[in-house]
Design a protein around this ligand. Sequence first.
Ligand code: ATP
Length: 246
Amino acid sequence: MAMIEFQDVQKYYGNFHALKDINLKIEAGETVVLIGPSGSGKSTLIRTVNGLEPIQEGKLIVNGQDLANKKTDPNRIRKNVGMVFQHFNLYANKTVLENIMLAPRIVLKRPEQENKETAMQLLDQVGLRSQANKLPAQLSGGQQQRIAIARSLAMKPKCLLFDEPTSALDPEMIDDVLNVMKEIAQDSDMTMLVVTHEMGFAREVANRVIFMDDGRILEDDTSEKFFNGEPSNERARQFLGKIITH
Ligand SMILES: Nc1ncnc2c1ncn2[C@@H]1O[C@H](COP(=O)(O)OP(=O)(O)OP(=O)(O)O)[C@@H](O)[C@H]1O
């Protein structure tokens, strides 16, 4: 069974039709990059996957559960589906270590010693062990985002969603975050769905590239075909031309 499956999904904000006829299947272990112009529905789509935005029509099956079914508890989905946001969303008054240990302690009831060991291993993985006792505000944006990724990984999710994880960062911080994401994609069997404008990452790391415009998926290709061939959709071609020349 696919990790994520949209079947004829429609999403409205009031009268505004934000996601139109979405059909999409993402298999476990895939790394999929979602691109498209501002306002095309990328964030909305990714936020439906862990129930942050409800859908109005269709089926959305994530890790075997249908989010369109009112009986499905989004918290059960979120145990297995982590999310990394543009603005990190760390707890400002808790240390780095506490940020990472909090959800496993409360949600998974992970024993304290094991929880701490896992958190320290994750800090090693993102290169920030020495920052364990700092508060988020004492770190750079790039460091905070790597902590946010470690925090998501601490729940041992099957799937990670990234919503423009580098777009709030100074250019010199971006590669550190992308490198952590690349390692996760290459060294684990995590399913990753990433909204990003970083085409180098898309080209190098993604299996698939999905192009959205005006609430619709207009192109869904292997990254090889998307970047080396030509997207068959005219708007996708124009978009690609613009971002690669700028
Ligand atoms: N909470 C909301 N209420 C009403 N309209 C919304 C809401 N969130 C998003 N929208 C609208 O839905 C459309 C899609 O927005 P979304 O944020 O998903 O696009 P996006 O492709 O992620 O854009 P960007 O690249 O600028 O972040 C936009 O027209 C936006 O104004």
